[in-house]
Design a protein around this ligand. Structure first.
Ligand SMILES: [Cu+2]
Length: 187
């Protein structure tokens, strides 16, 4: 795609032209903040492919403190999860405690053309001990027919957090981020 060879200004214009609304230019959450200790619905919007190539798989790593994850099946896509032990036991309310759960979700075998937009959804509980103001990152790999976007970059992670190669190597591939808010008061 043309805009890879140009600097930010052209990229912005190309991005806006490609995506119906700039908000979904990269892979981001529809609701990018949630209160500690509360339920959360994560909606990841996919507003473009890899330099024009259709998206065929989305894989999301679930960070620490995001528990009781349940992904939403998507017709035409194969849904798989990886489960694992949590670093500690979490109280998710209603007297339920969890010490393991989903740590990775993948939707694959689909085909989302560049011209269309789609969403990949899961529900979860935000651990009560996450700190207000904390940023929680969800490294996400967007596989396309040709090429891949690794939305895995985390600010301050230096080159280690910078994606090597792939479609977006020269304009940054920030990981989808969720900002933790103060717990809401239980009435
Ligand atoms: Cu983008």
């Amino acid at each position: 795609m043309l805009h890879l060879t140009f600097r930010p200004l052209v990229l912005g214009i190309a991005g806006a032209l490609l995506c119906t609304c700039p908000a979904v230019a990269h892979v981001t959450f529809e609701t990018a903040q949630a209160a500690a200790g509360s339920p959360y619905k994560g909606v990841l919007g996919i507003g473009h492919g890899c330099e024009g190539s259709p998206t065929t798989a989305i894989r999301v790593r679930i960070p620490e403190g995001i528990v009781a994850v349940k992904p939403m099946p998507k017709p035409g896509w194969k849904l798989e999860v990886v489960t694992g032990k949590y670093p500690k036991t979490y109280n998710v309310g209603h007297g339920v405690t969890l010490s393991e759960g989903v740590t990775e979700i993948s939707w694959s075998g689909g085909n989302l053309p560049e011209a269309f937009y789609d969403e990949f959804v899961f529900t979860a509980t935000i651990a009560a001990d996450l700190k207000p103001g904390q940023a929680v990152y969800f490294p996400t790999v967007q596989q396309c027919e040709k090429d891949v976007h690794r939305w895995i970059e985390v600010p301050g992670a230096g080159s280690a957090g910078r994606s090597q190669g792939g479609a977006g190597a020269d304009h940054g591939e920030p990981a989808p981020v969720l900002r933790i808010m103060a717990p809401t008061r239980q009435h």
